[in-house]
Design a binder for this molecule. Structure first.
Ligand code: GAR
Length: 208
């Protein structure tokens, strides 16, 4: 099966969803969780799940991005990674590094790309008066948050939503979307996964 490395900077809830999904007949298995933040909460969760962990602290490289990325690359190669999933990894990667993993690196972003690349996506969707919001999994290319879309999950924005309530409603969609995309991608299928919140298929109500 395909060996998947997951890059994190924080709590790692998407990482945990990805790891939990890679069982049974799944075409991939986790081989490494790599953090640029030494005390990222996700590192402990990964270790508890039995996945090897490593840290490459960007601050140890003093603004030397190529050196930081060379260290990341060494860890990925040492782990035998074939697919790299960015999951709340909050460092911008250079075109040089992205080129090494092009076609093999995915990212999840908390907006309906191409809307709102970058930060503060929930506040920006609200400020724009959008009716819909959600998250996107895409292939990572040299342009930030702009690679080919592999899946999106959407929800309807409510009048009472705040950036926090939106974040809290988008995150569970991320946890559904990212594993669904990875499963397809690892099997060589790049057709987009589309999820509509609240529109999951289920049995009709029983006949009274
Ligand atoms: C997620 O909402 C993810 O989409 C976002 O950070 C959060 C990480 O949460 N990523 C970005 O904003 C990328 N620029 P997690 O650590 O619990 O998965």
């Amino acid at each position: 099966s395909r060996r998947v490395a997951i890059l994190i900077s924080g709590g790692g809830s998407n990482m945990a969803a990805l790891i939990a999904s890679m069982t049974g007949d799944h075409p991939a298995r986790p081989c490494l969780v790599l953090s640029n933040v030494p005390d990222a909460g996700g590192l402990r969760r990964a270790a508890e799940a039995g996945v090897p962990v490593a840290t490459v602290d960007h601050r140890a490289h003093r603004g030397d991005r190529p050196a930081f990325e060379a260290a990341l690359h060494r860890e990925l190669v040492a782990a035998g990674a074939e697919i790299v999933c960015l999951a709340g990894f909050m460092r911008v990667l250079t075109p040089g590094f992205v080129g090494l993993w092009e076609g093999r690196m995915l990212n999840i972003h908390p907006s309906l790309l191409p809307k709102y690349p970058g930060l503060d996506t929930h506040a920006r969707a609200l400020a724009a008066g959008d009716a819909e919001h959600g998250c996107t999994v895409h292939e990572v290319t040299a342009d930030l948050d702009a690679g080919p879309v592999l899946g999106q999950a959407r929800l309807a924005i409510r009048g009472e939503d705040t950036p926090d309530t939106l974040a809290a409603r988008v995150l569970p969609l991320e946890h559904r979307l990212y594993p669904a995309v990875l499963r397809r991608f690892a099997a060589g299928d790049r057709r987009p996964v589309l999820i509509e919140a609240g529109a999951s298929l289920s049995n009709p109500p029983p006949l009274a």
